[in-house]
Design a protein around this ligand. Structure first.
Ligand SMILES: [Zn+2]
Ligand SMILES: [Zn+2]
Length: 261
């Protein structure tokens, strides 16, 4: 019998897991509902757009009608439509006669309105100037404090810089001392190893030199002395080379270690 590991059940052969089938069906139902909702929202948005467009058209038409009924700059005292050009003597809509007295009153109203507007503008300008002056005063008052803070910040920055320089100097000096210390230890080690290697080399070289020199100088005692000198030189050279190599190795190793840190 096949087994579903998702639902941990057995199910008949040549069938699917019934739980899996139920899950799939639920999922596809959910997707259909989701899609229907999306479509409904799209429809609603489209209707909204059309409504807005229609309202805009209505607004434009109303304005046009109003403009047609009120083509002037001043209201006619008889028909009350805005049909009059400035100083007109007759209304083009209702044909009423417009008196000079009407225009005098109109112009007086206009003059008062203009005066009031100028007064308001002057007041606003004065208020703005006062605010600006206040702000400038506030700024000036804060100047000593700002300078003090800037100075403190500059001093702090300088102090930090000096601290960093000092730390770098100390680190460099520590590194140098460590290199020297290790170099000396390696130098001693190299000296010993070099001497041992030199001693072995001296032993090896002693016999051939002794024989060759003895035969050449026909004097075994002189050959022995020369062989001894050669062996000592070899030991010395070995020790010096060992010491040099130890020193180089020690200092280089320390420098590399410090850099890696
Ligand atoms: Zn299943
Ligand atoms: Zn009129």
């Amino acid at each position: 019998m096949p087994h579903c590991y998702t639902h941990d059940i057995d199910y008949p052969a040549r069938h699917e897991c019934p739980e899996c089938r139920a899950d799939e069906a639920a999922e596809s139902r959910r997707r259909v509902i989701e899609q229907q909702e999306e479509e409904r929202e799209d429809r609603w948005r489209e209707e909204e757009r059309q409504r807005d467009r229609h309202e805009e058209i209505v607004r434009l038409r109303e304005r046009e009608i109003y403009k047609r009924q009120n083509p002037g700059d001043y209201k006619c005292p008889e028909c009350l439509y805005i049909t009059l050009k400035r100083s007109a003597s007759r209304c083009p809509a209702c044909h009423a006669a417009i008196t000079q007295d009407y225009w005098s009153r109109m112009f007086e109203v206009e003059r008062l309105q203009a005066e009031e507007k100028a007064r308001q503008e002057k007041l606003a300008a004065e208020e703005k100037a006062r605010q600006n002056a206040l702000a400038a005063e506030e700024w000036a008052k804060g100047e000593p404090e700002r300078q003090r803070r800037a100075k403190a910040a500059a001093e702090e920055a300088e102090r930090k810089q000096m601290e960093a320089a000092e730390a770098a100097r100390v680190a460099a000096s520590e590194m140098r001392q460590a290199a020297i210390g290790k170099g000396i230890a390696y130098l001693v080690l190299g000296l010993v190893i070099g001497a041992i290697v030199g001693f072995i080399a001296g032993l090896i070289i002693f016999l051939p030199v002794y024989i060759v020199a003895g035969i050449w100088m026909n004097d075994s005692q002189a050959g022995s002395a020369l062989a001894e000198i050669v062996a000592r030189v070899v030991i010395g050279v070995g020790a010096v080379i060992g010491a040099y190599m130890g020193w180089s190795l020690g200092t280089v190793d320390t420098v590399l270690n410090t850099k890696r840190r």
